[in-house]
Ligand binder design. Structure first.
Ligand code: NIG
Ligand code: FE
Length: 397
């Protein structure tokens, strides 16, 4: 028996005023910039990158008309599976109230009450919203179900839309639950039900919150997840210089996220580790908190990533361009560092080598800016410049 394979349709993308490749071999800088560039895509894969003047022929041609093109944003930290909103809590914070995670319970109640179809609709809407702003990969956490059935449901719905699903039963102890019993549930029966639908496990490690988990509880949950084959992620050092960063590094987590309050020892630990520090400046914006010290992390050689943390409590935005603008203005990152962190950095946080770069063999996940260079992402904040590049696909069976 023989199979006939339909040859891939190739598309030449031209008119690229500036191409961000994240391939440092091109220009010696992390962004790997190429002016007047072209890219050839065969179905979902990049097959050629170089100067437009030497581009090969292709079946189709797509001219972006002098725009900048970059790898699609990799949003490596979101909590998109939720119902309801917490606008009143946000308003109270603007009037001076502090965030401590207590509001999560109200989202848990709204999410449990939502039907499957409604929850699926909400998640799809939010992912579409992110794509309209140039995001091509989204990690999605559970964490607003906090029962075996509700956590499994959240992950099943997320898995319909992304491969990057994260079990966050260890978000907070649900009101009325015994703390030790809940940790046992998360690390036992809930994990058993959720692991088949998740790639990662995460935990909100924050002794400064009465609702979240201390270092020992977080370690127990993460170790159980690891034993089930899940990769590790940690919410750490959001409200205090707690044990989250050290725990993440100690266990070889892919990422520790927030890093708002860091001790010297945390920076030292991250500097020698594979664990990336994911900064979420839209959280500091929305909770009126001090921004993480990105410059210090970068100076120490820490791998820094940017993500939205899109959730109804601390950061109700799906906009990676907004996060980039904040990182530049409020954390002193250069536009190049911020764009790199939002693309290649996100890929590193998800331990993916097939995304976050415009190189031969990578996925053709591209974003286009209605602007001639990546600098405009910070230079023109709030302007909808970024979108994903949607190429027509022919000849696919
Ligand atoms: O990453 N801090 C823990 N979890 C989320 C917030 C969740 C919420 O308040 O609904 C975060 O900030
Ligand atoms: Fe989060």
């Amino acid at each position: 028996m023989s199979t006939v394979r339909t040859p891939a349709t190739t598309t030449l993308v031209t008119g690229i005023a500036e191409l961000v490749t994240n391939d440092p071999t091109l220009d010696g800088s992390p962004l790997g910039l190429l002016a007047d560039a072209a890219v050839v895509v065969a179905d979902d894969v990049i097959v050629w990158v170089g100067p437009a003047a030497s581009a090969p022929a292709a079946d189709d041609r797509h001219d972006v008309g002098g725009c900048a093109v970059l790898p699609g944003f990799v949003d490596s930290h979101t909590h998109l599976v939720f119902a309801g909103d917490r606008a009143a809590e946000f308003a109270a914070r603007l009037a001076g109230a502090r965030y401590d995670g207590g509001g999560i319970a109200s989202t848990v109640a709204a999410t449990r009450a939502a039907g499957d179809a409604e929850l699926r609709r909400l998640v799809a809407l939010r992912i579409a919203e992110a794509r309209r702003q140039g995001t091509t990969t989204v990690e999605v956490k559970s964490g607003y179900g906090l029962t075996v059935g509700d956590e499994r449901r959240a992950l099943q719905i997320a898995a319909e839309l992304t491969a990057e699903t994260t079990f966050l039963g260890g978000h907070v102890v649900p009101p009325g639950s015994d703390r030790d019993e809940y940790v046992r549930l998360v690390a036992g029966e809930m994990l058993d039900a959720c692991a088949p639908h998740a790639r990662w496990i995460d935990v909100f490690c924050e002794p400064a919150s009465p609702h979240a988990f201390d270092g020992d509880e977080a370690r127990a949950i993460l170790l159980a997840g690891r034993a089930r084959g899940l990769g590790l992620r940690v919410h750490g050092n959001q409200l205090s210089a707690g044990p989250g960063v050290q725990l993440a590094v100690d266990l070889g987590a892919a990422s520790v996220d927030h890093c708002t309050y860091l001790a010297d020892a945390d920076i030292d630990a991250l500097a020698g580790a594979d664990t990336v520090a994911t900064l979420l400046p839209a959280v500091e914006f929305s909770t009126r908190s001090p921004y993480p010290d990105a410059r210090r992390l970068l100076a120490a050689g820490v791998h820094v990533t940017l993500a939205t943390d899109c959730n109804p409590g601390t950061s109700y935005t799906s906009a990676m361009p907004f996060v980039i603008a904040l990182a530049v203005r409020e954390m002193g990152m250069t536009p190049g560092e911020a764009v790199h962190a939002a693309t290649a950095g996100g890929a590193a946080a998800l331990r993916r080598s097939d995304i976050g770069r415009v190189v031969v063999g990578a996925r053709a996940d591209l974003a286009v800016l209605d602007a001639p260079s990546h600098l405009h992402l910070a230079y023109r904040p709030g302007v909808p410049l970024a979108r994903t590049l949607e190429l027509p696909r022919r000849g696919r069976t």
